[in-house]
Write a protein that binds this ligand. Structure first.
Ligand code: DQA
Length: 151
């Protein structure tokens, strides 16, 4: 099982940016947490972070035929990027949306999620834990599918 974890703009600034919202732990600490979670779930994981919308679109396209599931925190692009939504739809790889903060309780302009329209589940407000739950959810879901398709 191969999982691609994509983080959008400013997630590389974790630990520095708005710690009241995003916590004190750094981006390298998040990667360590994700790698540990994937190992527990028995999945192979690749982590990717970019501050550039097109680079995220490229990464999603490259995942076609290579990745079983995508965990994505598009960060600010969540609320603006039809291009990321279209890329997720184009590859049809099961995707789960994650947000570190509780976006649903924040500003009005954060209430639209374009990427979320192509995701099968959303975790928000759980900090790093959301990534772990997303990985486990995808692994369960993808295993179910494999079993079903063998019947
Ligand atoms: C975020 C929430 C977004 O609204 C914000 O732009 C981010 C991070 C989160 O993880 O809580 O950069 O995706």
């Amino acid at each position: 099982m191969k999982i691609l974890v994509i983080n959008g703009p400013n997630i590389n600034m974790l630990g520095i940016r708005e710690p009241g919202l995003y916590g004190n732990q750094s981006y390298p600490a998040l990667i360590e947490f994700i790698e540990k979670s994937a190992a527990e779930a028995g999945a192979e994981v690749e982590c990717f972070q970019s501050n550039h919308e097109g680079a995220i679109v490229d990464k999603i396209q490259e995942a076609y035929g290579k990745t079983d599931g995508i965990v994505i925190n598009p960060a600010a692009y969540t609320h603006t990027s039809v291009a990321i939504l279209d890329a997720l739809k184009a590859v049809s790889i099961p995707a789960v949306e994650v947000h570190i903060s509780k976006v649903s309780e924040r500003e009005d302009f954060r209430q639209i999620s374009y990427a979320g329209k192509a995701c099968i589940k959303r975790y928000e407000g759980l900090g790093f834990e959301g990534y772990r739950q997303a990985i486990f959810f995808l692994c369960d879901k993808l295993t179910e599918k494999t079993v079903e398709s063998k019947e």
